[in-house]
Design a protein. Sequence first.
Length: 329
Amino acid sequence: MGGYNNITGAALRRPTASALTPLTGQQDGGSLFPVAQMLLPTLNPFGNLWYVWAEEGNDGLNGLAPGSALASIGEALDRAAARDMILIGPGTYNENVVVTKDYISLIGAVAPGYAKPDIVPDAGKALYVQAAQGIIGIHLRLSSADDDVLLNEGNGFVFADCVFDGDGQSATEGLVRLKGNADDDSYTASEGVIEDCLFRGSGGVGLIFDTGDAPWNGVGCTDDVIRRCSFIGNTEVDIVTQDSGSGATTYSVQRALIEGNFFRDKNKTCYIDFTTANAGAASDQTGAIMGNTFAADAINTTRVAMVGTGFTFGGNFSNLGVVDGTGLD
């Protein structure tokens, strides 16, 4: 069986359900890290490749080969330099992962479903991209019981085939928060892509476009793309603007493209809200909502709250077919 990777344009080799062998062994003729050779030339042509496996690794090893894998993502990040790739084996990682170096790639070594590595700390964020550009995350599952699952500050990010999981935790604030760095306005969580991901089970909201603190930042996210993602089981709104930045903030989101997503909760009260809690005026929020599917019998200004914004709404679908977006904006 095979699939297609939207980042590399390469065919995916899907491992079978046979038991995993040690890192030095083979699985159906291939390595336990089957995506390494495929992704390395595309994502990591200049840096080192680090191996991590919670179950069989050891942080006292060098981490530069499958047989000498590290045990923790944090140790790999401490050793890594900009442009390095970290291959993460299946298992549970009880860590608060913080990325502070540019162009780091975090790649789950086995792509399908439950084989994704689980980054699940006891408390706090699963992943915090702190003032770092060009971060890539693929084939990961992240969960948090009491905080945002992912807080991303850097520009030029890509997250693909990830699960952002509230796991029904009522204390989860948001599954993904895109928010600029408080001290540097060159980090605005802009020009990034989140695709083919699952936003599930938040006790709060799904995806948040937020605003960095003024006076050093004070702006929101620009030119982000959210496409082909699924949203299900989130207690509050699936996609929302917020203004948690202090000081004189200007907008939460501009020129965003929300395309081809699936909002799967039937007749949910509100799927998208760009009018209630954003920085600046409603008209300062801009972008396009196109080609999405909503599990609702009708779409109105409550279920998609964008009246007065600069967002366009076209080519979207409800349970009954193509939605007439007249009056929504």
